[in-house]
Structure formats: C-alpha cells, structure tokens
Design a protein around this ligand. Structure first.
Ligand code: HEC
Length: 186
C-alpha cells in the first residue's frame, strides 16, 4: 500500500508535468491554407496514418510483398496519381510500369518545373520549400522501406525484420520531423 502522503505528492507531480507540457511554447511554423485545401490536406494525412497502419499490419503477418505495395503506391512521390490508378483497378504491375515511364520522361523530384519545384500534383504546391523538403524525406524513406522489404527472404528471417524495422523507423521519423516543425495556422 502506497502511503497517502506519497500518493498526494505523486499526483501533484503528475499534474505539474501535464500542465507544463500544455504550456510549452509551440515553436512550429504555421502554414496558412485555404479552408478547402486544409480539409484535403488533413484527409491526406489521415490517409498516411492508415497506410502506415496497413504497412505495420502486413509486416506483422510476414506479408512483406503487401507492405511493399502499400508503401510504393501510397507513400512514394506522386502517390496521389498511383493511388488514383489503384482505385481505378490498375494492377501493381501497371502502376510500376507507369512510374518507370514517368521517370524516364524526366519527371520527378527536383527536376526543373517538376515536383521538386512545387510543380507536382501534391500539396507541396501550397507549401514553403522546407516543408516540401520534408515531404521528399518521407517519400525517400518510403522507397528505402520498399527496397528493404523487397530484399528480404521469403519467408523473412530475423535479420530481414531488423532491416525492415530500421527502414520503418526512418519513415515514421520523417512523419515526426515534419509534425515537430509545422502546423496549420487557423
Ligand atoms: C512534410 C510534412 C509532413 C509529413 C512528412 C507528414 N505530415 Fe502529417 N501533418 C503535417 C501537418 C503540418 C499537419 C497538421 C498539424 C497541425 O496543424 O497541428 C499534419 C497532420 C497529420 C495528422 C492529423 C490529421 C487530422 O485530421 O487532423 C495525421 C494523422 C498525420 N499528419 C499523419 C502523418 C503520418 C502517419 C505521416 C508519415 C507517414 C505524416 N503525417 C507525415 C505535416 C506532415
């Protein structure tokens, strides 16, 4: 049995910590978006959360091919287009072929008026360059995860799980990094 005095002291400590957190200064850079764009942006973010959850679920059942497919279609550069193709019923092979075609046509991150300059289809158009850069980090991390998943044995062995988790942590780190740096301004 914990003495009452100690319990009271603990409760006081917990409350202090909670209120200190709530008062912590918000140093994130605010981004102003039109209300409609903001709604679409947040919906996309919830989609990212769902994709991440699908990836983790697939990894947990050892279905690395499924995890790779989700990361490759829903979190890569141009994911809005690949996601739309998927919804229209395109096969993963058809989507991969289209990606290759776009790449060889010179469309991709950081190329001229391409996606890297805010000329892409995504929300980067409405965002400052530092934000876009963090978006690229997420797309790059998703591609590293795809590579780690595809390089794994079938069925995956312990070392594959270690490599995949390390790549997954880079991906979640990219979510966290941007959330620490930016917020929507109201
Ligand atoms: C390039 C920046 C960036 C990246 C990368 C990013 N986010 Fe976000 N996300 C934001 C911003 C900005 C907000 C709005 C936060 C705010 O205004 O407090 C947000 C909000 C969210 C929300 C809340 C949505 C809502 O309806 O309120 C979720 C969930 C989310 N992000 C998930 C993710 C996940 C999962 C990842 C990684 C796979 C990710 N995000 C990557 C910038 C980013």
């Amino acid at each position: 049995m914990v003495p009452v005095k100690l319990r009271v002291a603990l409760l006081a400590l917990i409350l202090t910590v909670i209120s200190a957190n709530a008062n912590a200064e918000d140093v994130r850079q605010g981004i102003k978006l039109d209300p409609q764009i903001k709604e679409q942006f947040l919906a996309e973010m919830r989609g990212h959360m769902a994709s991440l959850d699908d990836i983790v679920a697939a990894i947990s059942t050892g279905d690395f091919a499924e995890a790779a497919q989700v990361a490759d279609i829903r979190l890569d550069y141009g994911h809005r287009m690949w996601g739309a193709m998927e919804e229209e019923g395109a096969t993963p092979e058809q989507i991969a072929a289209m990606k290759e075609r776009m790449k060889s046509a010179g469309m991709g991150p950081g190329r001229g008026q391409g996606m890297g300059m805010g000329g892409g289809m995504g929300f980067g158009r409405y965002m400052p360059p530092e934000f876009r850069q963090m978006g690229f980090s997420m797309h790059d991390a998703s591609q590293k995860l795809v590579a780690a998943l595809k390089a794994s044995a079938k069925p995956p062995v312990a070392n594959d799980y270690a490599n995949v988790l390390s790549a997954l942590s880079e991906l979640t780190g990219s979510c966290r990094g941007c959330h620490d740096a930016f917020r929507i301004e109201y």
